[in-house]
Write a protein that binds this ligand. Structure first.
Ligand SMILES: C[S@@+](CC[C@H](N)C(=O)[O-])C[C@H]1O[C@@H](n2cnc3c(N)ncnc32)[C@H](O)[C@@H]1O
Length: 162
């Protein structure tokens, strides 16, 4: 029997929380041209400190986290950067079947089990599931940005005629 015909559930325990300047989703930049330069702290539980050994050598990190204040999901979502709907798995919507967030942050420094980072787009107190060093071996010329390219072209055309 394939694993897909017999759904399983997995229990995960957060390894820490994100300390962020954002307490409301409305404070987090979104939409066309949004930039995430806010600084925050990845505050691990002290028991995981040894797991951070050698992390200082990496400039950027993947942070996997939980959209703990999202409820439910939509299989088709309309992102703030495009009035056209897209399948949830081709967007970064918080309302997804498994509410897992993924953010790349710049590592600024470390103090024991706390990492100072730049680029947070999470609410204060968001649970962290995992941290991994950022790396990609995919050449930039091979990357395709899907519907975002068309959405940006439509927006530029609208701006040039207004
Ligand atoms: C568009 S999502 C992208 C998040 C992540 N970079 C990703 O790609 O998975 C970012 C938005 O999630 C929402 N958000 C942030 N932290 C959240 C949390 N803890 N629970 C629910 N929604 C959250 C905010 O509205 C924020 O603007």
């Amino acid at each position: 029997m394939s694993a897909l015909t017999q759904p399983s559930t997995f229990t995960m325990r957060p390894i820490g929380v994100i300390r962020s300047p954002y307490t409301e989703t409305s404070q987090i930049p979104k939409g066309p041209g949004a930039e995430h330069n806010a600084e925050g702290v990845l505050e691990l539980l002290p028991e995981y400190e040894a797991g951070l050994k050698d992390i200082e050598g990496f400039s950027h990190l993947f942070v996997l986290w939980v959209f703990d204040r999202a409820t439910g999901y939509d299989l088709v979502a309309t992102p703030p950067v495009d009035p056209r709907p897209h399948g949830v798995f081709s967007t970064r919507s918080p309302r997804r079947p498994n509410p897992i967030g993924l953010t790349v942050v710049r590592l600024l420094g470390r103090d024991a089990y706390k990492l100072q980072v730049r680029g947070v787009d999470m609410l204060d107190g968001t649970p962290i599931l995992d941290i991994k060093p950022y790396m990609s071996s995919i050449p930039a010329e091979e990357l395709r940005r899907g519907w975002l390219v068309e959405a940006e072209e439509r927006r530029r055309a609208a701006e040039s005629t207004s």
